[in-house]
Design a protein around this ligand. Structure first.
Ligand code: ADP
Ligand code: MG
Length: 703
């Protein structure tokens, strides 16, 4: 059916990889580039020109006409402004394609229209994009042609971060520095760098594009705002890991090919829990590259879907009543000598370095649970976190039986001398081999779960950038490492001091450990008893950014200034208000222009029928009953539309800020729900052929 694909050949073919640089750059320049990548510093102007020339030649050989500084403003998606490689024609009118080191390193998009939460008003309206040499340039190919994309960070004239990348890069350096202090304490003198690795699993829905285009709510809000449930949801569990249908399979194949060319290690694909829901997981890599690649994955999903007559829904909750989509952010720390600091080894109870690292992470998560929660907040995720499905809005850590037992021993007696091992799994079938079990089973409901040699932060929304979450994780862990190193570096007796510190960290923060059902009401109660924060909404979560504790944390490590944090908090409120406003408008428009006219038409049909039946001497008792029920619901619709119009106008008239966002949350969102109820009821009463938009059945089961 398909031509064979040579994955080895196509992998990274559209990426200006280190290998290509080695081939194309003079040795001295290549060495300089590699050194800057590994140890930081700046490329000399001359070398930058050489790199730019080589990059341009490679791009043009591959059909590129333009380049762009590709950056990640606070919208959560990526931004690009294309410039052709062309320069002034020479005196013969001949074009010379040009690209200098200066253009490679620095760009100056007119960026005054990006969200800046007041930063731009306070400072000069100038923004610069700066090449992130550690993330490779790549070629984007679509109807626009071939564009050389240069990953960059985006800063204001005075150096404030205007994007998600700059703080992330800052946090990676900080966690590296502090983690190195920890490994030095254990006698490691060779490691020079510690890198956070990230593997984000990406969930998504696919929908038929023609049907999608007939749903203004999906077009404007990315999710359905109306819709009666289909006869079937996900209760049969037959979609999860089910056989992949041809149309979806063809999409996945295209997607993999595109991603492999772009150097993205798309590895795992499967159907997810909800109908028409799927997942893609890449192989983990350095955090900033993982962030870039996750953006590429999301963008490529959208593009490939369109080519196949599909639309890819990345919204966290496209449909009510079935699972939403998230991103599982797998995170670990590895030295440049290849040691994963989160690997417990065979005997975690005796692995003091691991226990120290673990105890620091528990402390970090407990101390800054509000920040973690905030880092995963976005508008769509409001319907996932703490709502009818999980992960809950409460942060807790799952360690698994083995580590929990070790922690218990340490807390109770100050020493751990054994740990539970997995043993053999007996299948009871002679032809199946008995396999070694993991020491720990899984827990699917925990927001922050230890899974073997990494932590999995499961709160992030499917449409969100993973940058904020990783910036938060890196920074809070760096702080805990820093506190530990401060204490241990000056200890007279290291052995004693480290044991005391591990015990103290674990005892102080044992409340964050939870292995039960995170989706249950019992946990909400229990968490409250333990004093763990349960921050239900995005609007409430935003202030976590500017608490005294957070400002101190971020300023101490140079990740964000107070002003940057305040601006980010403002942006949360603004984004929330604008998004809900759009959703409310979409609902009002659909009710007035689609649903009400359709219902009125059906009413007319019923009324005509009733009259005709009467004329024919038949008592139209059922028809009249149906008509009056519909008419009553329609009345409720009209009342609810008017109410929604009013509260939306009131909220819109307010000044941007927390109060306005709270007004959207407390007044507009409930009014939206009030409108949805009678419309969804009408959907079950009106002739399906007269219903003006595709229904849940059409959207989820006829992809
Ligand atoms: P799961 O069974 O939870 O799906 P996988 O082993 O498939 O776990 O991994 C899920 C994701 O975690 C993948 O993206 C994978 O590359 C990533 N991952 C695996 N090991 C690590 C690690 N040490 N650090 C960070 N991410 C990792
Ligand atoms: Mg997983």
């Amino acid at each position: 059916m398909y031509d064979n694909v040579n994955v080895e050949e196509i992998f990274g073919s559209k990426v200006f990889t280190l290998g290509k640089m080695r081939e194309r750059l003079p040795e001295a320049v290549f060495k300089e580039v590699r050194s800057v990548m590994q140890h930081g510093g700046e490329l000399s102007r001359k070398s930058a020109d050489v790199v730019a020339g080589a990059m341009k030649d490679w791009a043009i050989e591959n059909g590129a006409t333009h380049y762009t500084h590709w950056f990640q403003p606070l919208t959560g998606i990526t931004a690009e402004k294309h410039d052709a490689f062309i320069s002034h024609p020479d005196s013969n009118g001949r074009m010379i394609m040009d690209f200098s080191g200066k253009e490679l390193i620095k760009g100056e998009p007119d960026a005054s229209s990006f969200p800046s939460g007041g930063l731009r008003a306070t400072f000069e309206a100038r923004g610069y994009t700066v090449w992130d040499i550690t993330s490779p340039a790549f070629l984007k190919e679509d109807a626009t042609g071939v564009i050389l994309c240069i990953p960059t960070a985006f800063c204001s004239y005075t150096g404030e971060a205007l994007d998600k990348k700059t703080p992330l890069l800052r946090s990676m350096e900080v966690v590296s520095d502090q983690a190195l202090r920890i490994v030095r304490l254990f006698g490691d003198t060779t490691a020079k760098k510690v890198t956070p690795s990230v593997g984000p699993e990406q969930e998504y829905f696919l929908v038929d594009r023609d049907k999608y285009l007939r749903r203004p709510d999906m077009v404007f809000a990315g999710r359905t705002l109306f819709g009666a449930p289909a006869p079937k949801g996900q209760e049969m569990d037959d979609h999860y890991f089910g056989a992949i249908r041809e149309r979806i399979g063809a999409f996945m194949r295209d997607l993999n090919l595109e991603l492999w060319k772009l150097g993205v290690t798309a590895k795992t694909q499967h159907n997810e829990a909800a109908p028409a829901q799927h997942e893609l997981a890449p192989i983990y890599e350095t955090a900033n590259i993982a962030v870039d690649h996750n953006q590429i994955i999301m963008e490529t999903m959208k593009k490939v879907a369109e080519r196949r007559g599909l639309h890819c829904l990345l919204n966290e909750k496209p449909y009510e009543g079935v699972n939403g989509s998230g991103k599982h952010n797998n995170w670990s720390l590895t030295t440049d000598t290849g040691v994963n600091l989160l690997d417990p080894g065979e005997a975690p109870e005796a692995n003091v370095r691991f226990l120290l690292v673990l105890s620091c992470i528990l402390k970090a998560v407990d101390d800054h649970a509000d920040l973690l929660r905030q880092s995963a907040a976005n508008v769509g995720n409001e319907h996932r976190l703490g709502a009818d499905e999980a992960p809950p809005a409460i942060i807790s850590v799952f360690l698994g039986e083995q580590l929990e037992d070790v922690v218990r021993q340490l807390v109770e007696t100050g020493a751990a001398d054994h740990s539970i091992h997995g043993g053999k799994l007996m299948t009871g079938v002679s032809t199946l081999s008995d396999i070694e079990k993991d020491a720990t089973d899984r827990n699917r409901t925990s927001p922050f779960a230890f899974t073997g040699n990494k932590f999995e932060f499961r709160m992030v929304g499917s449409s969100d950038s993973i940058a904020d979450a990783n910036t938060a994780i890196n920074t809070i862990v760096a702080e805990a490492f820093c506190d530990a190193a401060d204490e241990l570096e000056k200890a007279d007796n290291f052995e004693l001091a480290v044991h005391d510190l591990i015990k103290k960290n674990l005892s102080d923060h044992v409340r964050i450990i939870f292995s039960g059902d995170g989706y249950s009401d019992a946990w909400v109660e229990e968490a409250a008893k333990r004093g763990l924060p349960n921050i239900r909404t995005m609007v409430d979560a935003a202030s976590a950014l500017t608490t005294e504790r957070s400002v101190k944390l971020f300023e101490r490590f140079g990740i964000y200034t107070k002003v940057e944090l305040e601006s980010r908090e403002e942006i949360v409120y603004e984004t929330y208000s604008k998004s809900i406003n759009i959703e409310a408008n979409a609902m009002i428009g659909m009710a007035r222009k689609l649903y009400i006219p359709a219902v009125v038409k059906y009413e007319k049909l019923l009324a005509d029928t009733i009259n005709q039946l009467k004329g024919a001497g038949v008592d139209p008792v059922s028809e009249t009953e149906i008509l009056s029920e519909i008419s009553a619901e329609l009345k409720a619709v009209l009342k609810a539309v008017e109410a929604l119009e009013k509260v939306t106008a009131d909220a819109k008239a307010m000044k941007y800020g927390k109060e306005q966002a709270a007004s959207y949350r407390d007044n507009v969102v409930p009014a939206m729900a009030e409108l949805r109820t009678p419309v969804d009821k009408l959907e079950t009463l009106v002739d399906k052929r007269m219903w003006p938009v595709p229904t849940y059945e059409d959207l989820m089961f006829e992809v």
